[in-house]
Design a protein around this ligand. Structure first.
Ligand code: F0G
Length: 458
């Protein structure tokens, strides 16, 4: 069967709050009527649509994996029937997506969840999940003819944007909080040629300045308030279902920062069920660091069980998981809708829990950056509360690669991560996970002694 191309053109914009349906987005991607966020929806998806033939869609997507076309080789553009239409000549792709789904047996033992998987979005071209949204939104910028693209970032969005802008012959402007992002991420945006501005503020301060800037200058905003970003990031969930032979897991667990990723994955799940690609919805749970937990507090403390928050209170965020050091997440309303739709939970985890979980994911031979490790730390809490049952299938979304933040890893293993902080005493609990490097004299006997000692302790 061939899938008609015109099904793609059915995407329309809608405001998530007042329901207005503008024909195009403004520079700040906000609804001109009420100021809230926009999203794409697909009024053309109905029972007469070629998309109602889910078996054909699934085999079309699978067959594309053997194609030599750039669009088919991308794990984002491979699923283009479920995305707004962007003409092929504007597509900027680094063959993103198609990331592995791993079993993590040690983490499974540590949590008592036998069917535990990690989908490693850190295996993308710039080593974070951002690439799936960036290929799509950068292509939209290209289609609109922009010379400059820009973002505020905790480091991964900027690395990704800089790469895609370079590939698409566009200039990129990065606003990052000075001293609060990892060197690995900063070095990427320099190497990919971005104009990189380290502002003396936090992420939330960078966002404010960027929002003002895009109203004055012809630069294209590539933060996740841009609904094209969300559409591209949906594909991680579609690909995950394909990897699980379209049998949804019971739970998907994601880190929560600006809350774009949870919104995107949740949107994809709901749309896949609408199109009968899956028969039921996994519960999507969102985990935040305790020091950057505005969404957790909104849901747990303000909203209670009914998930009806009376108000949203931004905070000054602080966590060593710098990727999610965010106090005023832009997409909190979208994420709340996802919790409601899927019946997921929201949890918070401490700095020590994050560090320990990161080392445990590393010990499974995979590794990830600190922000990604909140998923495993959160799963442990969700197991303790009984929300996740031992026989259920759980997928952790690992958002960034271990090499994104080697400073954190080295400090943890040397036992320096919490030195001089109020957490120092409690951090001793995670000592059993630390593997500090051993400095030895350059002789065979010393190495053999180290090997024997390690064998005795293993
Ligand atoms: N994990 C990593 C590694 C991240 O870089 C981010 C966000 C998140 C999780 C949270 O995802 O914001 O969609 O809820 N990083 C952004 C950035 C904010 O600028 O790189 P989210």
């Amino acid at each position: 069967m061939s899938i008609a191309q015109n099904t793609e053109t059915a995407a329309k914009l809608r405001c998530i709050a007042c329901g207005a349906t503008p024909d195009s987005t403004g520079q700040d991607f906000r609804c001109t009527a009420c100021g809230d966020l926009l999203e794409f929806f697909f009024p053309g998806w109905n029972f007469d649509s070629p998309l109602s033939d889910s078996a054909s869609l699934k085999s079309l997507w699978l067959n594309r994996r053997t194609s030599s076309h750039a669009l088919d080789q991308s794990g984002v553009w491979r699923f283009r029937e479920l995305l707004p239409h962007i003409p092929a000549e504007h597509v900027i792709t680094l063959r993103e997506g198609n990331t592995p789904l791993y079993r993590v047996p040690r983490c499974a033992r540590a949590t008592g969840v036998e069917n535990l998987y990690a989908k490693h979005q850190g295996m993308n071209p710039t080593a974070s999940f951002k690439d799936t949204g960036m290929t799509f939104a950068a292509s939209a910028a290209h289609q609109s003819g922009f010379r400059w693209v820009a973002c505020a970032s905790t480091g991964n969005t900027s690395a990704s944007m800089a790469a895609y802008a370079a590939r698409g012959n566009m200039h990129s402007l990065v606003l990052i909080p000075e001293g609060k992002i990892s060197w690995g991420k900063l070095s990427q945006s320099l190497d990919y040629g971005a104009l990189t501005c380290q502002l003396r503020t936090d992420f939330d301060g960078c966002v404010q300045i960027l929002n003002d800037l895009v109203r004055q200058k012809p630069v294209y905003l590539l933060n996740s308030v841009n609904p094209y970003r969300i559409e591209g990031q949906k594909t991680a969930a579609i690909e995950l279902m394909e990897q699980l032979a379209w049998e949804p897991p019971d739970h998907i667990i994601v880190p929560g920062g600006n809350l774009g990723n949870s919104s995107a994955i949740g949107k994809a799940l709901v749309e896949m069920r609408e199109l009968k690609l899956i028969s039921r919805l996994p519960k999507l749970s969102i985990i935040q660091a305790h020091g950057a937990n505005p969404f957790y507090r909104c849901v747990r403390e303000l909203g209670g069980k009914k998930l009806e928050p009376k108000k949203f209170e931004p905070m000054t965020a602080d966590t060593l998981a710098t990727a999610i050091r965010i106090g005023n997440p832009a997409s909190w309303k979208k994420a709340l809708r996802v919790l409601r739709a899927t019946g997921g939970e929201v949890e918070e985890v401490t700095e020590i829990e994050i560090a320990a979980a990161k080392a445990e994911i590393g010990a499974d031979g995979i590794g990830c950056e600190p922000a990604s490790a909140v998923t495993l730390a959160g799963l442990k809490k969700l197991r303790r509360s009984g929300f996740v049952k031992p026989a259920e299938t759980v997928v952790l979304i690992l958002t960034g690669h271990a090499l994104k933040d080697p400073d954190f890893t080295i400090k943890f293993h040397r036992g320096d991560l919490f030195a001089g902080t109020p957490d120092a005493t409690e951090a001793a609990q995670a000592k059993y996970l630390q593997r500090a490097p051993v400095v030895l004299d350059a002789n065979l006997g010393a190495v053999i002694a180290a090997l024997d000692a390690a064998e005795r302790n293993s």
